[in-house]
Design a protein around this ligand. Structure first.
Ligand code: FAD
Ligand code: SF4
Length: 460
């Protein structure tokens, strides 16, 4: 075995997986996980942990794995994370724990994410639940939103004895984990539902179909006996380009396109919600959400073009996702930007006008600024356009909660690292505070807020 290299992970064949919604990566089996675990040096100063936003004891759980004590490995992870099977699949490890792993200096980093996934899958498949229920402490807390921020905050509070109820607008809990990230990256029933069930087993109650701000307000929740509230409502409001033609039939936001497919299973013939995915689809944008929309459209049988205004080097999506999309047949049209969408006499999309770009000087983000190439416009025929240009928080909570301060982007302002807001007893975290970010950052914020709420209510 070459210790400089990761044990490779088996995946579905690209040609086959491009036609189905089953999970792309198979994960490690027992033998592969043990081999990979042995690559960990059990560093005295484990830099990997510094890269983990929830500070999982990485060498601690890998050591247990090496000894074959998988239940104990799961217990180590459970001290820091309520969603290990999710994180093992979707976290950008290359820029976090694995990005800091000492093995990465001369060779490839330890596959920390795949090992975390292995431990979480093993425990689920063997019916072992590492989280322990606590004695009630008599305090009631409301959590708004059941995404990774809300689930983590609720789970940590329940472990400290709080009586926690999550209020969720959708009919299913999980936030982006159920409505955004597709099945082929994150299986819903097998993985997400099982991890949510573990949070429920801690005593957390989840009330779905409750839109806070409409069904009940934050102020009313507090008046009805909840002593603290955590807001983890995410950033689900899509942005558009404001170019002519965005009103034509066949233009979707990536969020709507993915929600109809993931949550409402629109790709199945008997689904209540139809989705009209055409034969030639243009996805505008280059982030993880764009990759998910492109790969979903591909699986629905379309020829898919990702149109992105910078080059491959600036593409914000995870390297693994871009690689998978390319393998499956998604076409990348780089250094190009749409300027108009064209419609036919029935107001149905029939094409998109695209302008070529070149890279100029770096902008405030440090990435080279795209500059338009004069006279380069051309028309690409297509029947569907999916806009994937980022999202911002929905204004409902801020417009219905007294004394809650937000910034110019509509994000709730957290005064400190524990997510304390301008309203006493109200904490916030995740995408609702930062704008669209990552699962693990949302979990880190939920964890910090649980600590802040505990200190506030227990007077510590
Ligand atoms: P969310 O997950 O958005 O959850 C918020 C919840 O609050 C939702 O369930 C929503 O219905 C509910 N809610 C909103 N308003 C109300 C209300 N008024 N009342 C009651 N409930 C309400 N991150 C990664 O790390 N890796 C990835 O691979 C990745 N891929 C992504 C792919 C897609 C398509 C998308 C959209 C995002 C992706 N992300 C990824 C980002 C990541 O999913 C988010 O950063 C994360 O889910 C944010 O968690 P959250 O708990 O703050 O919010
Ligand atoms: Fe193991 Fe890498 Fe962490 Fe060191 S930095 S403990 S080798 S995972």
């Amino acid at each position: 075995m070459d210790l400089m290299k990761k044990v490779p992970v088996r995946e579905q064949d690209p040609q086959i997986r491009a036609t189905n919604f089953e999970e792309v990566s198979y994960g490690y089996n027992d033998e592969e996980a043990l081999l990979e675990a042995k690559r960990c040096l059990n560093c005295r100063n484990p830099l990997c942990m510094k890269g983990c936003p929830v500070s999982i004891n990485i060498p601690g759980f890998i050591s247990k794995l090496k000894e074959g004590k998988i239940e104990e490995a799961a217990e180590v992870i459970a001290l820091s994370s309520a969603l290990p099977a999710v994180c093992g699949r979707v976290c950008p490890q290359e820029s976090q724990c694995e990005g800091k792993c000492i093995r990465g200096i001369k060779g490839e980093a330890v596959s920390i994410g795949k090992l975390e996934r292995y431990v979480a899958d093993w425990t689920r498949e063997h019916g072992f639940n590492p989280a322990k229920k606590a004695e009630p402490n008599g305090h009631k807390v409301a959590v708004i939103g059941s995404g990774p921020a809300g689930l983590t905050c609720a789970g940590d509070l329940a472990k400290a004895g709080y009586d926690v109820t999550i209020f969720e607008a959708f009919h299913k809990a999980g936030g982006v984990l159920v409505y955004g990230i597709p099945e082929f990256r994150l299986p819903k029933d097998k993985v997400v539902a099982a991890e949510i069930e573990n949070v429920r087993k801690l005593g957390v109650k989840i009330e779905t179909n409750v839109v806070v701000g409409r069904s009940i307000t934050v102020d009313e929740l507090m008046a009805s006996g909840y002593e603290a509230v955590f807001i983890g409502t995410g950033a689900g409001l899509p942005k558009f380009m404001n170019i002519p033609g965005e009103i034509y039939n066949g233009v979707f936001s990536a969020n709507e396109f993915l929600t109809r497919n993931n949550l409402m299973k629109a790709f199945q013939e008997d689904a209540d919600t139809p989705i009209k995915c055409g034969k030639k689809v243009v996805v505008v944008g280059g982030g993880n959400v764009a990759m998910d929309a492109a790969r979903t459209a591909l699986r629905l049988g379309a020829e898919v073009h990702v149109v992105y205004r910078r080059s491959m080097a600036e593409l914000p999506a995870r390297v693994e996702e871009v690689h998978h999309a390319q393998q499956e047949g998604v076409i990348f049209d780089l250094l190009q930007n749409p300027v108009e969408i064209l419609g036919d006499e029935n107001d149905q999309v029939k094409g998109i006008v695209i302008r070529k770009m070149e890279l100029g000087e770096p902008d405030a983000s440090g990435r080279r600024r795209p500059v338009e190439v004069e006279g380069s416009d051309y028309v690409m025929d297509c029947d569907t356009v999916i806009m994937s240009l980022g999202t911002s928080p929905n204004p409902l909570i801020r417009s219905t909660t007294s004394g809650l301060e937000t910034n110019k982007h509509g994000c709730i302002i957290a005064k400190d690292e524990n997510g304390e807001t301008s309203k006493i007893g109200v904490y916030a975290g995740g995408d609702a505070v930062t704008g669209a970010a990552t699962v693990i950052l949302a979990m880190g914020a939920g964890k910090a807020a649980a600590k802040g709420i505990d200190e506030y209510l227990s007077g510590k």
